[in-house]
Design a binder for this molecule. Structure first.
Ligand code: APR
Ligand code: PHB
Length: 390
């Protein structure tokens, strides 16, 4: 088999790239090692920057997002048991974010791909990438009991943090930067109305909490937890009781509890691999970088990478030139490091760090007081939260 672009991974990065290339008449196949149902069953982030919404519109998959997504003009920060609103729109000349689950984005992209008749191989085993330092890269995999090989012009490594593409690059060609945080997030999804109209980010001495949502009747909550925490030890009741203790009295009062649909623990990590292009292998999304979820940037960075990558590939097939592909890595990384900085800073501001002690907590509160009282500081926060320009 021969295609122009072989995409590894059917997460948001791979599916969005596939759709943008399809619309440009570029032929691509997607290889995914999990099943469609498994990919759709993963509960992930839920906040889209305007840039990501615009890109999904351009990809022709924006209609359900506009019908069902919730437009948020502000967020709330809670510390010392008092909530303070940051008016994102007022501070950024009208920008906002849209709350719409990554699961829904993924489903819309899968449906569009199926409607376009574009090929995705799910449950592809032993995917491996070859010869990307030359002109004729190849991808090999196993499926339906047989071995397969695809010859292509480019390989797009959209296979997430644990994928095969980044790991296939010779160690001397890649530099990685990493910070692992000494705690995780325990997440709970429930069919209960959210406790507020907007997201609430909570700094509390018992640990960070976040009140988010998927719709007016589905809530998503998170609690900072220890890394060795066992999910079996967290009954729904224990989760709700702990969340209530970390909220301000009005939000605690408004909290509607119910049976969980999903509960999971995720570690927090900052990670960047440089560069993102190795000959004819190009990395995008979580394959190249991870942010802690505090700033809601993971999915949005995947979208901006895919914007740059699709533009570069479309330019290459139109002109035969490599200028945009040569610029790909640097363009992505400039924006990625901005989001890395913001996500790291928000994580430091809102979580309990046991090694920082009482002094560290006082400094956090001082910074939060400055953030809500200084228009300059609130504006800097709002600019980053709604998303820096592409
Ligand atoms: N071969 C084929 N597919 C693979 C392989 C492999 N060896 N390894 C991983 N994959 C698949 C995964 O099963 C997954 O479906 O690649 C896909 C990568 O998808 P994501 O992890 O969702 O990464 P990405 O598409 O870049 O999306 C980034 O996901 O983790 C969140 O916060 C992150 O919201 C961000 C978004
Ligand atoms: C979510 O809804 O899952 C969510 C929202 C905001 C974040 C992180 C996660 O910062």
């Amino acid at each position: 088999m021969r295609v122009q672009v072989a995409i590894i991974g059917a997460g948001p990065s791979g599916l969005l790239l596939g759709q943008l290339l399809h619309l440009a008449g570029i032929d691509a196949v997607i290889l995914e090692n999990r099943s469609r149902e498994y990919v759709l069953g993963r509960i992930r982030a839920g906040v889209l920057e305007q840039g990501a919404v615009d890109l999904l519109d351009r990809a022709g998959v924006g209609s359900r997002l506009h019908a069902e997504g919730l437009v948020h003009h502000g967020i709330e920060l809670c510390f010392e048991s008092v909530r303070h609103r940051i008016d994102l729109s007022e501070l950024t000349g009208g920008k906002c974010v849209t709350v719409y689950g990554q699961t829904e984005v993924t489903k819309d992209l899968m449906d569009a791909r199926a409607a376009a008749g574009a090929k995705t191989v799910y449950e592809a085993d032993a995917v491996s990438v070859h010869d990307f330092d030359g002109d004729r890269p190849k991808v090999r995999y196993r499926a339906d009991g047989g071995a397969h090989e695809i010859e292509c012009d480019f390989i797009a490594g959209c296979d997430g943090f644990h994928g095969v593409c980044r790991k296939s690059v010779p160690a001397k060609a890649i530099t990685t930067y990493e910070r692992v945080y000494p705690f995780g997030w325990l997440g709970l999804l429930a069919d209960t109305p959210p406790c507020g109209d907007e997201l609430i980010y909570v700094n509390h001495e018992r640990g960070f909490a976040l009140c988010s949502m998927r719709s007016r009747s589905r809530s998503r909550y998170y609690l900072q937890c220890a890394l060795d925490e066992q999910i079996a030890e967290w009954s729904d009741q224990r989760f709700w009781d702990e969340l209530r203790r970390r909220l301000d009295p009005a939000a605690a009062e408004a909290l509607v509890t119910g049976p969980s649909l999903e509960k999971s623990i995720a570690p927090l990590r900052s990670f960047v691999a440089e560069p993102m292009r190795f000959g004819r292998l190009l990395l995008a999304g979580d394959a190249a970088h991870i942010v802690p979820p505090t700033g809601a940037k993971g999915l949005n960075l995947a979208a901006s990478d895919v914007h740059y990558l699709s533009t570069a590939l479309i330019d290459h097939y139109a002109t035969g030139g490599f200028a945009e592909l040569d610029a790909y890595s640097a363009k992505c990384l400039r924006r990625i490091w901005q989001a890395e900085r913001f996500s790291w800073w928000m994580t430091k501001l809102l979580h309990c760090f046991s090694d920082e002690g009482a002094f560290g907590r006082k400094i956090q509160v001082a910074e939060l007081v400055h953030l809500i009282n200084s228009r300059a500081a609130s504006t800097a926060f709002a600019e980053n939260y709604v998303g820096l320009p592409y």
